[in-house]
Write a protein that binds this ligand. Structure first.
Ligand code: AMP
Length: 390
């Protein structure tokens, strides 16, 4: 993969596609992790006297009312504080005003262009990779750096579109992600996969791709119940993905030696944090109960399986971690991996949020920043944002 170090950016106009899709409440950024993660690539370009032009999406823009909600201006302010320099901001995503600002830029200047998805209001131009829009944005710079890992699985004008017209490379953030995830192409053994979360449907591709490579797949979270139902267990009111029962049955038949299911659960009658829970063995479920976390015996068993792992990849929490009562065993397994220095890659989205909340995110081998992008990588799919750069 071509990286930023392979590009000649000295004194060039460098367009960087960043992922500034940060949570904003009442005009204030509540978590700037993604902006911080972009600094290394931006600073590298500034050190090379480049004129830096930044593009990013923020949220979704479907109607007029979404424009104000997804204004990138607060990101320009935060970026200015973090880089300790003034940042130019263009309210417009195209046109003479924007071009005039770029013409006036000096080496070392940074310009942030308004949310790329403002272009979605008129015919989804950004999200459908409109040919003319990609060519237009490319015409604003000399070289292109894609550092937005979170959208690498999508073909949009601001990544694939621009990359088709300019010398392109990935930035440091994407390079780090790829380096960490590439371990999985030829994983050291024992290679253990931990899967949780709500939907089997979202993980089918991951299971199919990893089941042959992994030594064990530990399944927790809501998705465990469809597997348990497929084995004939009573699961009460627990989450069930009826449509994927057959898939689970097939996996259990073909890979019974690899798939490890929970043996006990924290169960309750209501989906809430206030009801008291009980711990039940898998044979003890009542028809009006639902399982919202794995139980103590299961987590102890999971610990034994990961104990000697050469690498663990983990996607999806083992319980409803948003409720204090049901995050316990996700935290417990995370802690075990960290304390015992077991190499673990957290595969984006909820499990990274759980690790952040529990204070483990910076202690694991790698916490991937992309949700959907990481999943598609784990599924072994080709990622359009990377293909365009190759
Ligand atoms: P996913 O996006 O498929 O990784 O799912 C993440 C979600 O799964 C989180 O919001 C969790 O609350 C949810 N989850 C985990 N365990 C359970 C469970 N036992 N029952 C219902 N939802 C769960």
């Amino acid at each position: 993969m071509r990286t930023i170090k392979d590009l000649d950016i000295e004194n060039k106009k460098v367009i960087i596609r960043c992922d500034f899709n940060v949570p904003i409440k009442d005009g204030k950024i509540t978590d700037d992790t993604r902006i911080q993660a972009a600094l290394e690539t931006i600073q590298y370009c500034l050190d090379k006297n480049a004129k830096v032009i930044l593009l990013s999406h923020l949220g979704r823009v479907k109607e007029e009312a979404d424009l104000a909600k997804n204004d990138l201006a607060p990101v320009a302010d935060r970026l200015s504080k973090l880089l300790k320099k003034d940042i130019l901001f263009s309210e417009k995503t195209r046109g003479e005003e924007l071009e005039a600002v770029i013409d006036s830029m000096e080496p070392g200047d940074v310009l942030l262009i308004q949310n790329t998805r403002y272009e979605d209001l008129d015919g989804k131009k950004e999200s459908s990779n409109d040919e003319e829009l990609g060519a237009y944005w490319a015409s604003l710079g000399d070289v292109f750096v894609n550092d937005a890992f979170g959208t690498i699985h999508r073909a949009h004008a601001s990544n694939v579109g621009i990359a088709s017209h300019l010398p392109s490379a990935v930035g440091f953030l994407i390079e780090r992600e790829l380096n960490a995830l590439s371990v999985l192409e030829n994983p050291p053994h024992p290679f253990i996969v931990v899967l949780g979360g709500a939907k089997v449907a979202d993980k089918i591709g991951v299971i199919e791709n990893l089941v042959t490579k992994a030594d064990k797949i530990l399944i927790g979270g809501g998705m465990a119940f469809t597997f348990l139902k497929a084995k004939g267990y009573e699961i009460g009111k627990s989450l069930l993905d009826e449509e994927n029962l057959d898939f689970c049955k097939r996996m259990l038949e073909e890979h019974s030696d690899k798939i490890v299911l929970p043996v006990d659960f924290a169960v309750t009658n209501e989906y809430s944090n206030d009801e008291e829970y009980r711990v039940r063995g898998i044979n003890e479920f009542h028809a009006d109960e639902m399982g919202l976390d794995i139980g103590n015996q299961t987590v102890e068993f999971f610990k034994q399986v990961v104990e000697d792992a050469a690498i663990v990849i983990w996607n999806g929490p083992l319980g409803v971690y948003e409720f204090d009562q049901y995050k316990k065993n996700t935290d417990e397994l995370l802690k075990y991996l960290v304390v015992n220095d077991i190499k673990v890659i957290l595969g984006g989205g909820d499990i990274v949020a759980a690790a952040t909340a529990a204070g483990y995110k910076d202690k694991v081998y790698h916490a991937s920043t992309g949700g959907g992008a990481t999943l598609e990588y784990l599924e072994g799919k080709k990622l359009p944002g990377l293909e365009a750069i190759k």
